[in-house]
Design a protein around this ligand. Sequence first.
Ligand code: GRF
Length: 325
Amino acid sequence: MSQTASHPRAKVAVLISGTGSNMAALLYASRRADCPYEIVLIASNDPEAKGLRLAEAEGVATFSLAHKGMKRADHDIAMEKAVLESGAQYIALAGYMRILSPQFVSQWEGRMLNIHPSLLPKYKGLDTHARAIEAGDSHAGCSVHLVTAELDDGPVLGQTPVAIMPGDTPETLGGRVLYAEHQLYSRMLEELVTRPFRADWLLQKVSELALCLPEVEARESHGSPAWRTGGKSGKFFAHFSERHHGEPHVAVLVKTDGPDEMTALIERDPEIWFRPAYYGASGWAGLILNRPGVDWDHVRSWLERSWRSVAPRRLTGLMDAADQF
Ligand code: GRF
């Protein structure tokens, strides 16, 4: 799969409360020359956290602020300020023993992940290994998930099962689960930060948006994914383009009013738009997707506009009626 070689590394802040062995695993994985992320800050709610000393020794910036005596929201604001000042685009929670305020969580939705020592959705919260042993499970394990407002509840990105052995105690089991955590976390973090540049993930996003529009059918066109509306003799309103004809772009082609509008778009935002080979002549503009900070509402509204320009009256009429509400 084509990767991020040409993209700058994603900047990640890691939040810890204790030992920081997962933080260390993320940090040492990031030392690989082609790792797609770098750690720009280790922050903690405990100035004594062991992991902070390791971070200092490794020359990574640190920040700590004891939460005692502070309101949750104020502490979160201070932590977030440090994260933003570090330039981090993602936050990895690694044994951060604080529940974050909903404001903080919503600010970072899709860009904050956590590692939890169980096979979620089993055993949210604490004492996960004791609970797995007690339940007679054959396997414990770990999960990396996106953080949402509910504790240990966001979409799971990946899991590793770890066999429970006869005579296991929470400590012996937890020790083995940690090995699995250290492998899983950096892999999932890499997966998350490379998504915005990966054609498979971008195609899935575009497809979800296109298929939300009325009467849309996915159908290949000239060997590439494309979407049309209006039934059997329907017309295409979007084409997916993955580095065609030597272009560096992964893009969705949408219909503009014509070459003039397309030229104006490209002149105004050359990092967003390009003139695709062949299609450009008839006013199809390339909306570039493999770039940082894509505004998916913008993509959604262009897909809708493009759809409207080819959809039959009976469908656009329905859409207009729906828009009234
Ligand atoms: C890990 O077990 C992790 O899954 C949980 O907290 C523990 C942190 O350990 N969220 P460490 O500080 O990374 O060694």
